[in-house]
Design a protein around this ligand. Sequence first.
Ligand SMILES: C[C@H](CCC(=O)NCCS(=O)(=O)O)[C@H]1CC[C@H]2[C@@H]3CC[C@@H]4C[C@H](O)CC[C@]4(C)[C@H]3C[C@H](O)[C@]12C
Length: 324
Amino acid sequence: MCTAATYKTKDFYFGRTLDYEISYGDQVVITPRNYVFDLRSGGQLKSHYAMIGMACVMQDYPLYYDAVNEKGLGIAGLNFVGNAHYNKPVADKDNITQFELIPWILGKCATVKEARALLENLNLTDIPFMEKLPMAQLHWIIADKEACITLECMESGMKVYDNPVGVLTNNPPFDYQMFNLNNYMHLAVANHPNTFSDELVLNPYSRGMGGMGLPGDLSSQSRFVRVSFVKMNSLSGDSEEESVSQFFHILGSVDQQRGCCKLGEDKYEITLYTSCCNTDKGIYYYNTYDNHQISAVDMHKEDLDGEKLISYALVKGEQFFKQN
Ligand SMILES: C[C@H](CCC(=O)NCCS(=O)(=O)O)[C@H]1CC[C@H]2[C@@H]3CC[C@@H]4C[C@H](O)CC[C@]4(C)[C@H]3C[C@H](O)[C@]12C
């Protein structure tokens, strides 16, 4: 399971949690403008926009999970197991395999509007990166400061939805997730008066009772509702510190603690990392399950005209600030 969210203050922020039981060797990876992507169905992507995000690098190739480009466009891939459906290559379409989607969109598009236009001719294909690496089954959230969309390729075809909440989790398909929010329209951030019955004296004995009924479990449908409620009602100052801090609090509402989501004997899903990218400044902030301190990598401190990937290993282990 994973959760992605967007947040706007003075700048625009885009990030996600990645929940899983094992790490693939995640790193913060910057792809400069002149790194050449050899596309699987032919052609190359070179002289593209630079991008920064979380990826594992295999055979000198950045397999991005989420990334943002220098123009402020962001995209994240989240599990969509059982619903994702990729195709065989066909003539007269842009045949892009699933692991190429993030660099292809971020390399070419400056905005969601441009991404939408590019998607019109997309045929998302099922060519694996390597035989031994099982193909991820994903759907994607694509956002900039003006707009947000969800991309789902299913057996019934490719769907591009407007995403007015700016969040994404996993199953079920996005239209179901949005419809399900109808069930929670009574939720409020302030306490309600008693509408249960005039004949009973019922008291709001605690703060926060307007949100009673907000699902608290870790299922993807419940996380979608919870993070939507938290995000839509979130307030913060608009400085960098206040915005980034608030963003981590939003995704903190769907954090997964070790022990609470059992997958098998001694196997538990946890939030491996949480990211928050300032898409205007190209700064990628993250923390990990074992290191709550926020670390940051700024793409503009690197030579973005280069040809080689630039990788930063994640900072590991809690960093205690000892006050005495
Ligand atoms: C595991 C993650 C989703 C986490 C999640 O949601 N876990 C809950 C399961 S559930 O929702 O409860 O079912 C996903 C998200 C992005 C993925 C990578 C995308 C690039 C590349 C694509 C290739 O094809 C395969 C290898 C590859 C490195 C992928 C590995 C893995 O698949 C990643 C990390």
